[in-house]
Design a protein around this ligand. Structure first.
Ligand code: SF4
Length: 267
């Protein structure tokens, strides 16, 4: 059976006695003090909610523990990424970047600083699809890119190995194992699924979630990218027009095919 992972605010730590934890906090020093009494094997990762925070106390703390830096306004906040570079000495660090106007610059700065990137694509507008297409082009063809941009990397590898992985898993939003605890203690599914009733047992797995809930709509059932997407872009608004995101999936599939051909030709 899956052991659920709970994404919790730091002040709810005393309430969460079971499962594994992703702990989100704004103050690194407070986070370290609070987690000192916790079983370290329960802590899967920490999320730093403010790029203005001083992360220096975390540099040598809990080596190997993944850290996610979260952004609310990427176009304005990207200069603050520089102050967190030393975290990379002891931690895998990625930056969660919402796909909002001007996010491209934040992606490029994050990659230049050697941070991994997790895009939060929401349901992108046509203008943001064009910006995503530019970032995809950059990811595919810029030789200096040494860190993954998710969801591009996971989807590309899924196409390449012909074992597609749904975005719910690639973007760490899998409802089969992740729960979100709000500041007031309310438990729900994560992010775009918040408010959706939990009708599937955790042990059922993502494929069952997709079949019964996530990709159950008619368009998803017949979509050529269903196994790579999993119905991700039909949430929260079910009438979202997927033409743009399908174009991006197509570009990733073409890139995977080209990569396979290139590698076959040198065998
Ligand atoms: S691209 Fe759109 S239609 Fe296709 S599986 Fe994803 S959400 Fe469904």
């Amino acid at each position: 059976m899956n052991e659920l992972i709970y994404n919790i605010p730091l002040h709810r730590l005393p309430d969460c006695q079971t499962g594994r934890l992703i702990v989100r906090a704004s103050e690194p020093a407070t986070l370290i003090a609070a987690l000192s009494a916790e079983d370290p094997t329960r802590i899967v990762a920490v999320q730093l909610l403010s790029l203005e925070a001083d992360s220096e106390p975390m540099n040598a703390w809990a080596p190997g523990l993944p850290v996610e830096l979260t952004m609310a306004d990427p176009a304005a906040e990207f200069p603050s990424l520089y102050r967190h570079v030393n975290l990379l000495d002891q931690h895998p660090v990625r930056v969660a970047i919402p796909v909002r106007s001007g996010f491209t610059h934040a992606v490029k700065v994050a990659l230049a600083l050697n941070f991994a990137v997790r895009l939060e694509p929401d349901q992108p507008t046509p203008a943001l699809i064009e910006e995503l297409a530019e970032v995809l082009e950059f990811y595919l063809h810029q030789p200096t890119v040494a860190q993954p941009i998710e969801y591009f990397q996971g989807t590309l590898l899924g196409f390449y190995h012909q074992e597609p992985v749904p975005l719910w898993a690639i973007l760490d939003e899998d409802p089969a194992w992740l729960r979100y605890i709000a500041d007031d203690g309310t438990e729900s599914l994560y992010e775009r699924l918040a408010g959706v009733e939990i009708t599937v047992a955790p042990e059922a797995g993502l494929e069952v979630w997709m079949e019964l809930v996530l990709a159950a709509g008619e368009e998803c059932q017949t979509c050529e990218f269903r196994q790579s997407c999993g119905g991700y872009f039909k949430w929260p608004r079910r009438d979202y027009d997927c033409a743009g995101v399908k174009r991006l999936f197509g570009a990733l599939r073409d890139a995977a095919d080209e990569l396979r051909r290139d590698l076959d030709s040198v065998d």
